[in-house]
Design a protein around this ligand. Sequence first.
Ligand SMILES: Cc1ncc(C[n+]2csc(CCOP(=O)(O)OP(=O)(O)O)c2C)c(N)n1
Ligand SMILES: [Mg+2]
Length: 585
Amino acid sequence: MTRQRSSSPATAFAVALLDEFVKLGVRDVVLSPGSRSQALALAAAEYERAGLIRLRVRIDERVAGFLALGLAVESRSPVLVITTSGTAVANLHPAVLEAHHSSVPIIVLSADRPDELRGIASNQTTHQPGMFGIAVRREWDVAAPTDDDAPDAAALLARDVIASANGPLHVNLAFREPLSAAVLPIAAAATPSPGPTTLFPEPTTPFPEPTTPSAGPTTTFPEPVEGPEPFAIHPAPGTVVVAGTGAGPRAEEVARELGAPLLAEVASGAHFGPNLVVDYRTLISAANFGDRVERVIVFGHPTLSREVPALIQRDGVTTIVVRSGSGEQYNPGHAVSQSVDSVSVTPDPEPSSAARSWLGRWVMTSRAALEQHDAPAIDIAISSELADQAAFNRAVLAGLRAPVTRRALAEAAWRMTWPHDRLVLGASRLIREVDRYAPGKKITVHANRGLAGIDGTIATAAGIALASQAEGGPAAGGVTRLLLGDLALLHDAGSMLFGRGEVRPRLQVIVGNDGGGTIFDSLEVAASALPESFDRVLYTGHDVSLEQLAAAYGWNYTRVENRGDLDSALTPIEGTTLIEVPLAR
Ligand SMILES: Cc1ncc(C[n+]2csc(CCOP(=O)(O)OP(=O)(O)O)c2C)c(N)n1
Ligand SMILES: [Mg+2]
């Protein structure tokens, strides 16, 4: 352990705490400035200088929280977030909630006043313990370090914290004056820039199960079938596999083993393979498809359609949910019959013709529906008639000059993204567009679907970009693309700030700008409300110049007016780029 003699117990404690976190594999630390947290912040600066951590500094704690979330999602490792006291801590709440609902380990280290200064209206002092309620898996309220025991106490604490890191955690740390002293240089790492040490194995559940009982909410979910034995499922026609966010590749594998259609959302990690049914929303509602479903196997957290929960709640449908994460489990209408930790399939060596046709009809019908779209007629393309060829060329040109539609934008972002890239989707109409039209492809897609907020989207994407592009990282040469709506962008505009000296990753923020929140146009309320009221309180229009916003924050900026320009605009360049795509309301 690095032991520093210090005139400040706060600094001795902070150094020992970081030291132990680093030994336990923590590599990413995000912090926001403040006085009470100075010992932690200055220690973090020293550990960065020694090449032992990657430090990101953000002035806005809401941004810091979502940045940590993105870093943890991509690195599959716990990430520390250091803040000062008061409202600073509360600004982490949105990210902590999202992390809770999607089981992502962000570790909040909040500084606080010691006991004697609490409850007497001291400056910037509120009741921090319990601030995150049920949204943290565990919390600690640690008394101010006072003496030479501080380093040992810190090391024990760090071990306890990391052992519980299966979701967000809150470590509230009281500090007494002197709030810091000089930090002695930390011995440099053997390799200057730490590669991503993955603490946890590849998921079916994204992060490990708790080692301590979680104080999670009580649910009425059926008790999981316990034990090491996976739950055995036998192939049968009438079965579909549904994959929501966080499902992972196991969903695809199970669908193949079962010979079942795979209804995989676009951010499920299972949106690929021969059994994929892209147009699942239409088919669930179609005669001879959805109405023939008898059994649904669910992986992950489906959120993008009304059709999936409706299907699960239909009479005569049995649903088995494969548990993911350690928080609340998916149970629409309380209609789930069984919750299991994992499944095993004994594939049918000779599937019956009924079984083959069940799968074939879903997959073929979905493919045919996608292929009908937009293709200039093939017969005139191969015709030897000059007039036909001219007509074909005109059709192609008109296509290139046409204004960009949501579908064209969604398809382009999908098409341009490769396995060494990352695609992040904001919570607005565009994610549904990608979900509806993206053909199967094994790329890494992320969306904050734990609570589907429009907050923190740029920060999350920046975290994913930084972690994936880190030296030795899985996508070091790639680009991260974020596709989102204009309100989601404006909500998180503060995340466009990269302070002096902060690393800018290769990040393309692609905003479909329709002047407000058009997702509400498709809801019943759009027909029933007074149009002026609807626009004022739901659409919430704006006239922000995104070009000037980009300039203010030092981002590259491109505006895409027609379809032909899309692919070249989405070609990666260094640094942060805002790509504005005007869309019709
Ligand atoms: C933090 C938060 N506040 C409010 C909402 C409700 N909400 C969902 S979508 C949306 C508007 C999105 O508008 P935009 O990003 O422009 O996308 P569009 O629907 O226009 O494609 C809002 C306000 C939310 N999901 N999260
Ligand atoms: Mg919009």
